[in-house]
Write a protein that binds this ligand. Structure first.
Ligand code: F6P
Length: 471
């Protein structure tokens, strides 16, 4: 029996893997390694642990890499049919499940669960089944499998049927919807998602709030958790990596360039900065952030010429029209603020849309205020990263709807993300906070933000899965 199984003792499954390939005109493939909590978490168990990361091929480069068999050790990319993947990823995961968990629908008109939705749902099932089969093939007897996120909600249930011997965990990097909102899904689909998740031995969430929301959905819709355990693991920032990376030469160069763009105020003093760094993601609330900054310039005109909103809004999910429209609205509003308030020597909003990690770190280091105002967010790592690398202390203006609020709320200035007047007031309070208090708060924020580094976050989940009954 055991000989029929695969060789891997620890497996991770996620839509986006740790590496992606680009294909140039000459047919050459270039790999690019990604970052994130899971990548550094997994490195904690070392290369000899025999771990395997199962992920999906996402673009032409990835598909070609799979066909040529040029993958990296420890990674298995699944070449799922491109149309099936598009339906599952764009259609269901990002346009339905993401919207449900982040409360993003404009409900008078959407969602509409029609025949097209059912067709896409069938692709979501196919895509989840491809992962379940690959994991079943690769896992050794009794192996631990850690399935990630809303893309793969059906995998635990499917895998349990194929391989009852495995220990299966699932971790959600998003919030979980409140019961009334979750119930927008057709009843059979809502139940399928919950039963899929409950195929796991253990479910992990970033905060108690999201874990409780899941439990409430399970209680209301499928009669409870059954034998599945639920735990909370609040992924923290990777302090050692961030501090080292933030002091490399390219970051210094970008700080100089940013300082040049920010410029000096009327009396020659250093201008203050309100910094934000996000994917251009509907839930990040970038537009209301800009409206709040505009409100600040209206309510407190003394800040004109003296403050700059440095906004980095990097491309995300551009296959979806609603993301393209949102990206255009961010650009339009930034331009409008600049033409309404700007002067020859002062650009109120410095917006960058090209992803550049070194420049993000540069902005973190020099920020006076960090604005993190999502309408809803699983955690928000920017809120945790800024205090860790800030040079002179940075005030965090933080949405109470971000998961990070649970750990950072006390030392941040917290806002209701829908209230632009309240957010403008918080920005003013942040900009006028005495340097001593700012530095003290930043120190405490950095300590809270690094309490659970990625390596420990990963190992805790693994150990909890190994322990048959504990937490
Ligand atoms: O949990 C949210 C998540 O899946 C994270 O992995 C990441 O922050 C983000 O969404 C990336 O989304 P995508 O893979 O669609 O670019």
């Amino acid at each position: 029996m055991a000989s029929a199984h695969g060789a891997h003792r620890i497996l991770v499954a996620s839509n986006r893997g740790p590496v992606s390939y680009s294909l140039d005109e000459t047919g050459e493939l270039t790999p690019r390694r990604g970052g994130g909590g899971l990548v550094s978490g997994l490195s904690a168990i070392g290369p000899d642990a025999g771990a395997l990361w199962v992920c999906s091929a996402l673009g032409d480069g990835d598909r070609e890499a799979v066909r040529r068999g040029v993958g990296e050790d420890g990674v298995r990319m699944l070449d799922i049919d491109a149309d099936v993947h598009a339906d599952a990823y764009n259609g269901i995961a990002n346009s339905v499940l993401w919207f449900v968990h982040h409360l993003l629908y404009q409900t008078p008109l959407e969602p509409v669960f029609d025949a097209e939705f059912r067709r896409q749902w069938a692709s979501y099932e196919t895509y989840n089944r491809a992962f379940a089969r690959a994991l079943a093939d690769e896992a050794a007897e009794g192996a631990a499998v850690l399935v990630q996120d809303y893309h793969l909600t059906l995998v635990p249930g499917m895998l349990r049927e194929l391989r009852p011997d495995l220990r299966i965990g699932h971790f959600s990097h998003t919030p979980w919807a409140p019961v009334d909102y979750f119930r927008m899904l057709p009843d059979d689909i809502a139940e399928q998602v919950l039963h899929g998740m409950l195929g796991a031995d253990r479910l992990g969430f970033l905060t108690r709030r999201w874990a409780d929301a899941f439990t409430a959905c399970a209680d209301a819709l499928v009669g409870g958790l059954g034998g599945t355990r639920v735990g909370v693991h609040g992924l923290g920032a990777d302090a050692d990596f961030l501090r080292a990376r933030a002091h490399q030469a390219d970051v210094g160069e970008r700080m100089a360039a940013l300082r040049e763009q920010i410029g000096r105020g009327p009396d020659g003093e250093r201008r203050r900065t309100v910094v934000r760094v996000d994917r251009t993601e509907l839930s990040k609330n970038i537009v209301r952030g800009l409206l709040s900054f505009r409100q600040l310039l209206e309510d407190e005109p003394a800040w004109r010429e003296r403050v700059v909103h440095v906004a980095f809004a990097y491309p995300s999910r551009q296959d979806l029209a609603v993301y393209r429209d949102y990206t255009a609205e961010v650009q339009r509003l930034a331009d409008e603020i600049n033409s309404r308030y700007g002067t020859p020597g002062w650009t109120p909003v410095v917006l960058h849309v090209k992803d550049d990690f070194a420049r993000s770190l540069a902005a973190y280091r020099l920020a006076d205020v960090a604005l993190v105002n999502p309408v809803r967010d699983g955690m928000n790592l920017v809120a945790k990263e800024v205090p860790v690398v800030s040079d002179e202390g940075c005030v965090l203006v933080l949405s109470r709807e971000a998961g990070a609020y649970e750990e950072l709320g006390e030392d941040a200035l917290t806002v209701n993300p829908y209230d632009v007047i309240g957010t403008a007031r918080a920005l003013h309070e942040a900009l006028t906070m005495p340097a001593g208090e700012r530095a003290e708060r930043t120190k405490r924020l950095a300590a809270a933000a690094t309490a659970l580094p990625p390596a420990q976050w990963f190992l805790d989940q693994l150990h909890a899965l190994e322990a048959p009954t504990a937490g």
